[in-house]
Design a protein around this ligand. Structure first.
Ligand SMILES: Cc1cc2nc3c(=O)[nH]c(=O)nc-3n(C[C@H](O)[C@H](O)[C@H](O)COP(=O)(O)OP(=O)(O)OC[C@H]3O[C@@H](n4cnc5c(N)ncnc54)[C@H](O)[C@@H]3O)c2cc1C
Length: 302
């Protein structure tokens, strides 16, 4: 299992394969996990979700960009997507990876880019989530969040339960809208829990801490055990349903997504789209090699 995970994580970072993937289009079955490569297809998917009472967080795919030109193109694409959300009147917000808009090029350049995006989104009252990437980018992501906070309360981020430091980080983020996740990257034991049991325990602990606080929390997981525990906890503690939501990825456990929404829980689906689907796709295979089944269904149903 560990070896398979390492294998897919390594593949996700392969530059040559990443650029090759753009030319292949949505092959390898990625079409089941990615809502197309253009704005029209993603808007169509979001409207379908909205019709079932599900909101969307849209990820204009891309990460680990190392040139100003590419980062600027990515920023423009994100601005177009924000315009599209407004024009189509859909219930959606954006999820953004800072490495996509220049965090590895230059901190100040990235800050200018995200500020422009936050401003455009604030004009339409659209929320911006800064996805959390690998540990090497964590502190800078939080620094950028704090640099934006005063002027742009419409920006939030993600806390990963596999990191030792996360509980402390929550202390500084009590007023910030956050998504809680287990964590998707490969991190060393010095900074992160390694066993599923430890990660699950810490995940639940952090979720409960947040639910007893005031700010809005997105609980992002496909894990039915965690979801059931959360349902029990909110019931026992009379946590209002407008204080939290569940989130899952597009294409995963779709029946459960619809059920949770129908049960009256706020629900948001993470909808990735665009040409840079390759690293995202490989990370999903690393998390759960059985996802290959979903991918294979995508291939054979074409
Ligand atoms: C909306 C969303 C946003 C995310 N954003 C980030 C981010 O910004 N940064 C980051 O590091 N990570 C992010 N992640 C990824 C996250 O950190 C985990 O890597 C990923 O969600 C896998 O963990 P899990 O909680 O879903 O449960 P897992 O531990 O993968 O699964 C637990 C159990 O749930 C069941 N299960 C899981 N998936 C399925 C399935 N498809 N079908 C049937 N049963 C299943 C199985 O029984 C499995 O053993 C995000 C995840 C989601 C859902």
């Amino acid at each position: 299992m560990g070896v398979t995970r390492d294998f897919f994580i390594a593949l996700s970072k392969n530059q040559l394969l990443n650029s090759g993937a753009k030319k292949w289009g949505l092959k390898l079955g990625a079409g089941k996990m990615v809502a197309g490569t253009d704005i029209d297809s993603v808007m169509k998917s979001v409207k379908e979700l909205n019709s079932m009472g599900i909101s969307a967080t849209i990820d204009n795919l891309g990460e680990f960009v190392y040139s100003r030109e590419e980062a600027t193109v990515a920023k423009e694409n994100i601005l177009h997507t924000i315009e599209a959300i407004q024009q189509h009147g859909v219930n959606a917000h954006m999820s953004i990876k800072l490495t996509q808009i220049g965090l590895d090029v230059d901190y100040g350049f990235c800050l200018d880019n995200i500020r422009e995006i936050a401003e455009a989104a604030a004009n339409y009252d659209i929320f911006i989530n800064l996805d959390m990437e690998d540990y090497a980018h964590l502190q800078q992501t939080l620094d950028i969040l704090f640099a934006l906070r005063d002027k742009y309360p419409n920006v939030g981020t993600v806390i990963q339960a596999y990191l030792y430091r996360s509980e402390k980080d929550l202390d500084h983020l009590k007023d910030v809208r956050l998504r809680l996740v287990k964590g998707a990257y490969k991190e060393i034991p010095d900074v992160s829990l390694q066993s599923k049991q430890d990660i699950d325990e810490n995940f639940l602990k952090l979720i409960k801490l947040r639910l007893l606080g005031k700010a809005f929390t997105s609980i992002a997981t496909h894990d039915h055990n965690i979801i059931n525990e959360v349902k029990k906890f909110v019931e026992e503690n009379n946590i209002p349903h407008d204080r939290f939501e569940f989130q899952m990825l597009y294409g995963f456990r779709t029946e459960m997504q619809k059920e949770l929404a129908a049960e009256g829980f706020a629900f948001t689906t993470y909808v990735p789209f665009g040409q840079d689907w390759y690293a995202y796709f490989m990370r999903r295979l690393a998390e759960r090699p059985q996802n290959i089944n979903l991918a294979l269904r995508g291939i054979v149903s074409k």
